[in-house]
Design a protein around this ligand. Structure first.
Ligand SMILES: [Zn+2]
Length: 318
């Protein structure tokens, strides 16, 4: 989706993570997959932050596992040179025009829009929204869920209530997936991660941990619900406003929706597994099939209603 050029971006909703000079301490066991399959699965996680549940023994949706490490995240700052670069990048993001031309600024604009939406919407469901920051980092960064690193892709950490996005990721995304899909895919990634934050507020995020894989698993239901929540945001995105009351985004187009659907399809477990292992094994699904991810995104987009995203009680996931 396209931002309105003169909308103002609120950079206080993001922060720069500690940059990873060292390379030590990549979350042990977090990536419990090997070989080429692992690589492709990592791409999936990168896209939709997910499922590093592999060998982590109960790590859950988008890195909510871990937990042993407690860190004072207020100390996260522009520690290394990478952090400085990210800080400068963030500081350069002022307007919607910046969000239209620059990936980092687009993340910021999307965070602004998504949070503005949920802040207004959650009271209708008896909840109040608590803001969650996005940490943009380069290389690796400390989090309350363990060390976050670029190859994990975007994730949400419920222990510190923050979304983590490696700054370099979106450059790769647009170069690999093409510019057209780039903007929407990026926005969708951010909205999906904030979907997990909303699930955290509703108190359902922990369910994924108890039942981390399989076609009907709580993990899949959690991920599809986050897709559904992303769809809800897309429906109302053009109504969201900056702090001065300017609308942030132009109305969603059919092209946008097509791009979102193609992105949702590209990261379906069946698609990934077919590519990586030549066969589909639903018993190890964590995020749902291509068709399911499209279906639940569309459900959210068409209904705009949180109650329609009840994947936990859905008889038929799609
Ligand atoms: Zn996810």
């Amino acid at each position: 989706m396209t931002f309105n050029d003169n909308a103002n971006l609120d950079t206080s909703q993001v922060e720069s993570g500690g940059s990873g000079g060292g390379g030590g301490g990549i979350s042990p066991g977090g990536i419990g997959v090997g070989g080429i399959g692992g690589l492709i699965i990592m791409i999936l996680m990168v896209l939709f932050g997910g499922g590093l549940t592999g060998g982590s023994g109960g790590g859950t949706t988008d890195q909510s596992g871990g937990g042993g490490l407690t860190q004072d995240t207020s100390q996260i700052g522009a520690a290394g040179t990478g952090g400085d670069a990210v800080s400068q990048q963030i500081a350069s993001c002022k307007t919607g025009a910046d969000a239209n031309r620059d990936d980092t600024c687009r993340v910021i604009g999307t965070v602004n829009s998504v949070q503005n939406f949920w802040n207004g919407a959650l009271p209708k469901y008896g909840q109040s929204y608590t803001p969650a920051k996005t940490v943009l980092y380069s290389g690796s960064t400390p989090t309350a869920c363990g060390t976050g690193s670029a190859q994990m892709g975007p994730f949400y950490c419920p222990l510190d209530k923050k979304v983590y996005i490696d700054a370099s990721f979106f450059q790769e995304l647009s170069s690999k997936y093409g510019a057209d899909d780039g903007a929407l895919a990026q926005e969708y990634v951010v909205a999906h991660e904030y979907g997990h934050h909303v699930q955290d507020i509703f108190g359902v995020l922990g369910r994924a941990q108890q039942d981390p894989q399989g076609a009907e698993s709580a993990s899949v239901r959690t991920e599809l619900q986050a897709d559904c929540y992303a769809g809800i945001w897309v429906k109302y995105a053009s109504q969201t406003k900056d702090s001065e009351g300017n609308t942030l985004l132009k109305p969603v187009t059919e092209e946008d929706i097509k791009s979102a659907l193609s992105a949702a399809s590209a990261v379906g477990d069946d698609r990934i597994q077919q590519k990586s292992q030549g066969r589909v094994t639903p018993e190890s699904w964590t995020h749902g099939s291509s068709a399911q991810r499209q279906k639940w995104f569309l459900t959210g987009y068409q209904t705009g209603d949180v109650n329609s995203c009840d994947t936990f009680n859905a008889q038929d996931l799609g």
